[in-house]
Write a protein that binds this ligand. Structure first.
Ligand SMILES: NC(=O)c1ccc[n+]([C@@H]2O[C@H](COP(=O)([O-])OP(=O)(O)OC[C@H]3O[C@@H](n4cnc5c(N)ncnc54)[C@H](O)[C@@H]3O)[C@@H](O)[C@H]2O)c1
Length: 255
């Protein structure tokens, strides 16, 4: 089998569980070394302990809202595995604020995780990518960047911003042969979604399944497959794009 990420160093934010963890597993299976920054130390260490290729994994607790945490993490990761060749800005959070009562602090907290962190991490890894004249950045956005629903304010704004950031960055670094893409998952079986369903009426999950052409939502590994493709040379002419992986949900309208 030809590996798709041999000798690569892939940095994944929020790689302790869910979609991030699935991307870590796929990247390892494709021959990469992987560094994970996640604010959940216990979850991250337990996940890494269960991996077969743990010698190719560096995990450290860090908060991607903080530039200093990202810098310290990046320095250590590079010491272990060399310059980062692929970055996955995956960590994210839900938001269910009310637009009238939401405070500025709450607004900033959402945007710090769901948007600003992607720029902070890119800023850290780009100098080495520019020097190498190669690299790939994948920003995990959401179908909320295109259409959203009530009660999720202002998640769609942050994820739309992330897709805009993707376009801008792709233009800024394209001449250095660095590719930047967004990946927009639809409903995916993770903690984030379980957390959402737990706060909704009991029939919500079935209603969600009913609007999916395939009658199901995604497994994290199905999102990870697309992320690994975008990281790999197979996507060598793919940049500035937003890849929707939603099982066809966005292809339908009500009725
Ligand atoms: N699950 C879905 O249906 C879905 C759909 C569309 C988009 N997404 C996006 O995919 C990404 C991953 O989502 P998931 O469902 O796997 O979520 P998850 O909550 O299962 O995992 C997110 C990870 O990010 C980490 N994290 C959160 N804040 C952090 C911070 N400040 N610093 C460092 N790490 C932090 C968490 O500890 C966790 O390990 C998110 O950006 C999310 O918005 C998810």
């Amino acid at each position: 089998m030809v590996l798709r990420l041999p000798n690569q160093h892939i940095m994944v934010t929020g790689g302790s569980r869910g979609i991030g963890a699935a991307i870590v597993e796929k990247a390892l299976a494709e021959g990469a070394s992987v560094s994970i920054i996640d604010v959940e130390e216990g979850t991250g260490r337990a996940f890494v302990a269960g991996l077969e290729a743990k010698d190719r994994v560096y995990f450290a607790r860090g908060d991607i809202r903080l530039a200093a945490d990202i810098k310290a993490f990046h320095v250590e990761a590079v010491k272990r595995f060399g310059p980062v060749t692929g970055l996955v800005n995956n960590a994210g959070r839900n938001s269910n604020a009310d637009p009238v009562t939401m405070t500025e602090e709450e607004w900033d907290a959402v945007f710090a995780v769901d948007l600003k962190s992607a720029w902070l991490c890119a800023r850290e890894v780009l100098p080495a990518m520019i020097a190498a004249k190669s690299g790939s950045i994948v920003n995990i956005a959401s179908v909320h960047a295109d259409h959203t629903f009530i009660g999720y304010f202002p998640y769609a704004a942050a994820k739309s911003g992330l897709v805009g950031l993707t376009r801008s960055l792709a233009l800024e670094v394209g001449a250095h042969q660095i590719r930047v893409n967004a990946l927009s998952p639809g409903w995916t079986e993770t903690f984030l979604v379980a957390e959402y369903f737990s706060g909704q009426p009991a029939d919500t999950r079935q209603k969600v399944l009913d609007v999916h052409p395939m009658g199901r939502i995604a497994k994290p590994s199905e999102i990870a497959n697309c992320a690994v493709f975008l990281l790999s040379d197979e996507a060598s002419f793919v940049t500035g794009a937003n890849w929707r992986v939603d099982g066809g949900m966005g292809a339908r309208f009500a009725g």
